[in-house]
Design a binder for this molecule. Structure first.
Ligand code: KIV
Length: 271
């Protein structure tokens, strides 16, 4: 979608991309500088994901993340892009109780951060929430398959939609579309399931661990850039090794300070 001549990516461009067979690209972002870089690189949408729980806030899971924690990150991203559409995750515990709760949380993101859409997890179970938020004029992105906020209920990071569970994931994706979402993330589902959903739905599918058959792809930026370290999920391709680059830079800086090589005369003010 990067070559599409638009100033700002809008939800209608998602629909056009699906119709044209143009792939949609997405990354997460949680701060102003990465948002600028990814926007200038032509990434179509940036997700202020609750993966910030792991990537920024130091939690083990996304479960503890709150609206108050995500709001400043979403504001930083939304205020730093010129072209990309910015989507904010509704964190766990901010929308499940009722459609009104979902709408209240969505209002906070829309009014306090400047994002263009919200995302929430769950298919059939979240359809009333999606409908309520969409009816208020707020674009919603769905998220089915593996839903990280439910990782304890799902028994860990497990591929969804295998064997008898195929129909559940398909029904969830349809429920998201019928509730009015403009796109849906498919996370950790077999490629055959992603292909079927992508063919059956009229809204674009955005894959993460769903093979190469979805209408777009998203990755967590600290994974794709190799900042996170540790074991990467199978579906991640690492395009850089920022962890090593930063470690090398920090070591060189420490050594230069210790030896007196930094700061040099060129970094020093005269009288
Ligand atoms: O929070 C997040 O980063 C996400 C992606 C995994 C899609 O929801």
């Amino acid at each position: 979608m990067a070559d599409t001549p638009v100033r700002r990516v809008r939800t209608r461009h998602f629909q056009a991309a699906k119709a044209n067979g143009t792939k949609i690209t997405a990354l997460t972002s949680y701060d102003a500088l990465t948002a600028q870089i990814f926007d200038e690189a032509g990434i179509d949408f940036l997700l202020v994901g609750d993966s910030a729980g792991n990537a920024v806030l130091g939690y083990d899971t996304t479960v503890p993340v709150t609206v108050d924690e995500l709001i400043p990150l979403a504001r930083a991203v939304a205020s730093s892009v010129r072209r990309a559409l910015v989507v904010a995750d509704l964190p766990f515990g901010s929308y499940e109780v009722s459609p009104e709760e979902a709408l209240h949380s969505s209002f906070r993101f829309m009014k306090e951060t400047g994002v263009h859409a919200v995302k929430l997890e769950g298919g059939v179970r979240s359809a009333p929430q999606i409908r309520r938020v969409v009816d208020a004029g707020i674009p919603v992105m769905g998220h089915v398959g593996f839903t990280p906020q439910s990782e304890h209920g799902l028994g860990g990071h497990v591929v969804q939609g295998r064997g008898d569970a195929v129909e559940k994931v398909v029904a969830d994706a349809h429920a998201v579309e019928e509730a009015g979402a403009f796109a849906v993330v498919l996370e950790m589902v077999p490629e055959s399931v992603a292909r079927r959903i992508t063919q059956e739905l009229s809204i674009p599918t955005i894959g993460i661990g769903a093979g190469n058959v979805t209408d777009g792809q998203i990755l967590v930026w600290t994974d794709f850039a190799g900042l996170g370290g540790g074991r990467m999920p199978r579906f991640v391709r690492q395009y850089a090794n920022l962890r090593q680059t930063l470690a090398d830079a920090a070591t060189a800086y420490r050594e230069d300070v210790a030896s007196g090589a930094f700061p040099g005369p060129e970094h020093t003010f005269e009288d």
